[in-house]
Design a protein around this ligand. Structure first.
Ligand SMILES: NCc1[nH]cc(CCC(=O)O)c1CC(=O)O
Length: 328
């Protein structure tokens, strides 16, 4: 009998749900038993706005446990990972991604377009705040934090004080709560965070057995999309709490003259000032093998249009440093 593999996870309902799904998938594919080990992170203990908490509050405790050998692997929400690689660690799998779009939940069932001026919309991420302002609908955007249940309470609970909230559809999907969604937002209006809806399954780079075992969970199209989105973010030297959005989609391109169907990646990226007055959005296509280059090239185009001055406005960390952390 082999010993169970130790999967480190945060204790939030969302983290437990996504770790549980990965554990089940790994057991189904390999027959290996998986044991969940709860790791408490600084981000779980604090209620401060996350863009003020800064560096990796939800991630570093899990990574420390992994490096120390207390756990064999960890599952992260990929969008919460800093864009720089962690020394000695390796993302061994990107499982099939959930729908990466953002979701709107309203108190009275109105859609985004139906919200009146002055409607109170809660969200924590600068990226979402910026895009809500950019709609020019005079929404009153209110910062919120807390786990998914707490945030839903602000709009659906007995003491609801907001007209609407925006959060990742993927989180609700993993919790089996998509029935609360009023509207899944069009990425042309609300472009998701880089890597939203994707998971990163991480292990120690020198743990060859785990690297090989976890590879069964990898989904190449999801990985390619995430690579492109995160290359854009890294090139902008921004982090998950910056007002940067990116969405990569793999699709079949136009058939070649010989009639061959090839995969194409379509990447859309945006940098928007928190007040919504400066709004840069561009897209680009290429082949999935060039995912990282497409992200870098799109970031370079955004920089040419002045993206750095927008990012500078909200305390851009500058070259060599990484500002990141869970945005909601
Ligand atoms: N930053 C918090 C966070 N990290 C991952 C998710 C869930 C969705 C995902 O996996 O992208 C959420 C919640 C949210 O943004 O509403």
């Amino acid at each position: 009998m082999t010993t169970p593999l130790r999967l480190g996870t945060r204790g939030s309902a969302l983290a437990m749900a996504q770790s549980g799904h990965v554990a089940e998938a790994l057991t189904a594919a390999t027959g290996r038993e998986v044991e969940l080990v709860e790791v408490v992170t600084a981000g779980d203990r604090s209620m401060a706005p996350v863009h003020r908490l800064g560096v990796g509050v939800f991630v570093s405790a899990l990574r420390d446990a992994l490096t120390a050998g207390a756990i064999d692997f960890a599952v992260h929400s990929y969008k919460d990972l800093p864009s720089a690689d962690a020394p000695g660690l390796h993302v061994a799998a990107v499982p099939p991604r959930q729908d990466p779009r953002d979701a709107l939940i309203t108190r009275d069932g109105r859609t985004l377009a139906e919200l009146p001026p002055g409607a109170r919309v809660g969200t924590g991420a600068l990226r979402r705040i910026a895009q809500l302002h950019a709609l020019g609908m005079q929404l009153e955007v209110t910062p919120i934090r807390g786990n998914v249940g707490t945030r839903l309470g602000r709009v659906l609970g007995p003491d609801a004080d907001l007209d609407a909230i925006v959060l990742a559809r993927a989180g609700l999907a993993r919790l089996g709560q998509t029935d609360v969604i009023t509207e899944t937002l069009d990425p042309m209006l609300m472009l998701p965070a880089p890597a939203q809806g994707a998971l990163a399954v991480e292990c120690r780079i020198d743990d060859q057995d785990m690297v090989e075992l976890l590879a069964v969970l990898d989904h190449a199209p999801s990985r390619a999309a995430v690579i492109a989105e995160r290359a854009l973010l890294a090139t902008l030297e921004a982090g998950c709490s910056a007002p940067v959005a990116a969405y990569g989609v793999l699709a079949e391109g136009e058939p070649t003259d010989e009639g061959d169907v090839v995969q194409e990646i379509y990447l859309r990226g945006a940098v928007i000032s928190p007040d919504g007055t400066r709004d840069l959005r561009l897209s680009r296509t290429g082949t999935p093998a060039d995912a990282a280059e497409i992200g870098k090239a799109l970031a370079a185009e955004l920089l040419e249009l002045g993206a750095d001055s927008i990012l500078g406005q909200e305390g851009h960390a500058g070259p060599g440093t990484q500002q990141f952390g869970s945005t909601e």
